[in-house]
Write a protein that binds this ligand. Structure first.
Ligand SMILES: Cc1cc2nc3c(=O)[nH]c(=O)nc-3n(C[C@H](O)[C@H](O)[C@H](O)COP(=O)(O)OP(=O)(O)OC[C@H]3O[C@@H](n4cnc5c(N)ncnc54)[C@H](O)[C@@H]3O)c2cc1C
Length: 481
């Protein structure tokens, strides 16, 4: 298990190839403006898990060893283990108000689910099972952080596109060597791409016509030929007063380019075999675990939205109005629905054939359907309640200037001083209207996949037949009457 300093030192030493605003990054990553906020916030998570008082929840050891590992690598073997996982995940999420979509536990959890089901990957080739087990154990032992890229570039989404080989830009295998496979092309969209130790890749789906797109592997982020092309940073200054959220939690998203990247065979666990992926959920529970982690975080985010809106209402005394109460009730309802779905997934969890205690999938799938729809509405509520308060937000420098007196007089709240009021409304602005806030909304809409196609999967996978039988029995009884 590592602490925050060890994480930062590791990131600084990796020298991953990262491009931002037309320049290749050099020097210490933790000293570069676009990255230092998120690296420090992640370092806080690692420090938190090392604190003595958090030991019980955040660390575990194996019966035959004395080493301690971080909670997110723990294979839950009982309901109690799963409950502990929820508590730790939410405690970590509270440190970032649920705004860090890719806290390290997200991918660590996935790797745990895959590693615990290693025999599934051995069905194709024995060494693939050994590989995923070894990759999981190494990541756990070294407390590695991981980013991922599961999507092909958005160049052309028509089904016919993949028949036209000359225009396809998606990463594919272009050569098989004794040492490994060579990958050329691009993938998206790696949140925190370049800011982690490793990169995990799974088949993107949608182009099953050609098996050279079917691969799963994990490689160090500084592997030769691997490039992370970042979007511009949405953290416009590191002043915590002016950008209370972006300055800490701007994660950066990047396109991943594979320039003749040699992936050693030891790092590969899926290769040209769609069957491995066809029943990967049944065998590993990986999506259930990822959704469990996400819903834990989203519940925390809702707690923060509720608290924030109540404070806005109090600052300008609008809680007495019926429509404000109705909007607050919408937030409370969303929070309670998400909490209920999370707990339902926990109490209905069951062990799989490898002994891993898997959260129940139906309530989690419902949550993953519900949240992308309700989240933009809750952001709209923040905007409707805050109104001009989200625009009247002078900077810290304004409060240190000659106009300080004016600001203190005209921006005070009903029971709150002007600077505190602006601090509060700046947080609301940064969550809703800033570039950082807009990206948060887009993230919640899409991070788990296209909501339209997820809805189809939801419908196709739901066990509806008992309800059909129930209606049929009912109709049969009517006929007999
Ligand atoms: C902020 C953010 C962070 C992200 N972070 C990550 C990450 O860390 N790792 C990662 O792997 N991915 C990440 N993603 C990518 C995410 O998984 C995708 O956005 C999501 O899967 C949708 O794919 P797309 O963006 O390519 O949209 P597209 O698939 O291009 O869809 C665009 C539109 O076309 C429609 N459409 C396209 N194809 C079909 C079809 N076959 N049937 C029906 N409708 C279709 C969609 O419904 C949508 O309206 C992130 C996305 C965002 C926005």
């Amino acid at each position: 298990m590592i602490n925050g300093k060890e994480y930062i030192d590791r990131m600084d030493a990796l020298q991953n190839e990262i491009w931002i605003k037309g320049k290749k990054c050099s020097g210490k990553l933790s000293e570069l403006a676009p990255f230092k906020g998120i690296l420090n916030s992640k370092a806080e998570l690692y420090d938190y898990q090392c604190q003595h008082e958090n030991r019980k929840l955040f660390r575990y050891s194996l019966s035959d060893r004395k080493e301690e590992y971080g909670f997110s690598y723990h294979q839950p073997l009982s309901l109690e283990d799963l409950t502990n996982r929820r508590k730790a995940t939410q405690e970590w999420a509270r440190l970032s108000a649920g705004l860090m979509g890719r806290s390290p536990d997200y991918m660590n959890t996935l790797l745990m689910a895959l590693g615990a089901a290693a025999p599934h990957f051995s069905k194709d080739r024995k060494e693939f099972g050994d590989n995923i087990k070894r990759l999981y154990e190494r990541a756990r032992n070294e407390d590695l952080s991981i980013t991922h890229t599961f999507i092909n570039p958005q160049v052309n989404r028509s089904i016919a596109h993949y028949l036209d080989d000359s225009t396809v830009t998606a990463a594919k295998v272009v050569e098989e060597k004794k040492e490994g496979i060579v990958i050329q092309g691009a993938r998206l969209l790696a949140t925190q791409g370049g800011l982690t130790d490793e990169l995990l890749v799974l088949p993107a789906g949608g182009n099953s016509l050609d098996d050279s797109y079917v691969f799963g592997f994990m490689i160090p982020a500084n592997t030769k030929g691997l490039k992370f092309l970042c979007r511009e940073s949405f953290c416009y200054s590191d002043c915590a007063f002016d950008h209370p959220l972006a300055s800490q939690f701007e994660e950066i998203d990047s396109i991943v380019v594979f320039e003749q990247v040699l992936v050693p065979w030891e790092c590969v666990f899926v290769y040209k075999n769609l069957e491995t992926m066809a029943n990967v959920e049944e065998e590993t529970g990986m999506y259930a675990f990822l959704q469990f982690q996400s819903v834990c975080r989203q519940v925390v985010k809702l707690e923060y939205i509720l608290g924030l809106c109540e404070m806005i209402g109090d600052a300008i005394q609008i809680q007495e109005y019926e429509h404000v109460k109705q909007k607050m009730s919408e937030i409370i309802t969303a929070l309670e629905i998400m909490k209920a779905l999370l707990l339902s997934s926990e109490v209905n969890s069951q062990p799989n054939r490898y002994g891993t205690w898997i959260p129940a999938s139906p309530p989690l799938k419902a949550a993953i359907q519900y949240f992308p729809g309700v989240y933009p509405r809750l952001i709209e509520i923040i905007e409707m309640l805050g109104a001009s308060g989200l625009i009247s937000i002078p900077t810290e420098k304004d409060f240190q200037s000659e106009i300080k007196g004016d600001l203190e007089r005209y921006l005070q709240g009903s029971n709150i001083e002007a600077k505190e009021r602006v601090r509060l409304f700046r947080m609301a602005w940064d969550l809703s209207m800033s570039a950082f806030g807009s990206r948060q909304t887009q993230f919640e809409r899409f991070f788990f996949g296209d909501p339209i196609r997820l809805a189809a999967v939801h419908y196709n996978s739901y066990p509806i037949q008992p309800f059909v039988d129930q209606v049929q029995d009912f109709l049969n009884k009517i006929e007999k009457k």
